[in-house]
Design a protein around this ligand. Structure first.
Ligand code: RIB
Ligand code: CA
Length: 322
């Protein structure tokens, strides 16, 4: 069993990861902290609430940090669109944020809405040694929580994160977006002494989706499937206007590992975050010669059985779209 806290910046691939989490019966889902990333916080928080409402996710959602620790705000809106996720079809309907917040607070019998960092600290203190932090966004919320309450570090069972890369970047030649958006936060998290699994671009590029997966979703014919298929199709058009070039699955990689860990292999490494490089800021510098040259601080995902992992993802995903 896993007690999961999810930190996210929805984003279409975050949305898929959320649905996979909701389908995993071995997961107790404690909460969701939202952070600026794919789009500004206002957009990622609204996206998280839209997904929660329309896909019936029974989990509290909290707004978190709206800017990085030190870096300038960096989003992926240029690629993903103003809201952080685009569609070729009908937009996921909007929500009444105040009403959803009031309903959540009434269920929790608390007032007012806490900052996500405080809710995260509370959850870790209430479940010492049991919480797995699943981080699929810039690490600002996590770093602020560790700064505000350093005593929670030994209480965290593990951090499993989509971020970084053991080879090339995506947002820059050297850096992956989640790390690049807040390198100072990543530096704090990777040096907190918490067991950490890194699912980087080198791994995610072995998990490719094509129009076949979009058609599988669309063929279900339900309203939730139709909404998702439109965003899936737009995601697939990031690399090619006709969607003919496969796209990597980033955030779902972590959720698939939770379900089928045997499909993945890892190597221990010392991972350091470049903070000063003119061309390499945000790079995850992986030293695999451990312990000879350095002490490992992460298990870096290196291989995955892509076809079986995608089969698992689709099987779990389709079950959430009825
Ligand atoms: O580089 C991929 C990561 O950046 C994913 O988490 C995606 O959602 C974006 O946040
Ligand atoms: Ca993300």
């Amino acid at each position: 069993m896993y007690k999961i806290w999810l930190d996210t910046d929805p984003g279409f691939d975050d949305w898929l990861a959320m649905l996979l989490l909701s389908a995993n019966l071995d997961v107790t889902w404690l909460g969701v902290s939202v952070v600026a990333g794919n789009a500004p916080l206002a957009a990622t928080y609204e996206n998280a609430l839209r997904i929660k409402k329309h896909y019936h996710l029974d989990v509290p959602v909290y707004p978190g940090c709206d800017k990085p620790l030190a870096a300038k705000v960096e989003t992926a809106q240029e690629i993903l669109g103003a809201s952080g996720m685009s569609t070729t079809g009908e937009a996921l309907p909007g929500v009444d944020i105040a009403q959803l917040e009031a309903e959540q607070l009434a269920r929790q019998q608390r007032q007012p809405m806490p900052h996500a960092v405080d809710a995260l600290i509370e959850a870790i203190r209430a479940n010492p040694g049991q919480v797995t932090l699943m981080c699929i966004a810039p690490l600002t919320n996590i770093a602020v929580a560790l700064q505000r309450a350093p005593e929670i570090a030994p209480m965290i069972k593990e951090i499993i994160l989509m971020g970084g890369s053991a080879d090339q970047g995506n947002h820059t030649a050297a850096a992956e977006f989640n790390i690049y958006a807040d390198p100072e936060a990543a530096d704090i998290v990777f040096n907190a002494g918490i067991p950490l699994r890194m699912f980087g671009l080198n791994l995610c590029r072995q998990l490719l989706v094509t129009s076949a997966e979009v058609q599988q979703v669309r063929a279900l014919g339900t309203l939730r499937a139709k909404w998702l298929a439109g965003y899936f199709e737009a995601y697939l058009r990031i690399r090619s206007a006709d969607g003919s070039v496969p796209m990597p699955m980033y955030d779902p990689a972590v959720a698939i590992w939770l379900k089928r860990p045997e499909l993945f292999s890892f190597e221990p490494a010392r991972v350091d975050i470049e903070l000063a490089g003119r061309l390499t800021r945000g790079m995850t510098v992986c030293e695999f010669r451990v312990p000879r040259r350095a002490q490992a601080n992460a298990q870096v995902a290196m291989t995955v059985d892509g076809p079986r992992a995608m089969q698992c993802m689709m099987q779990e995903l389709l079950g959430t779209l009825s």
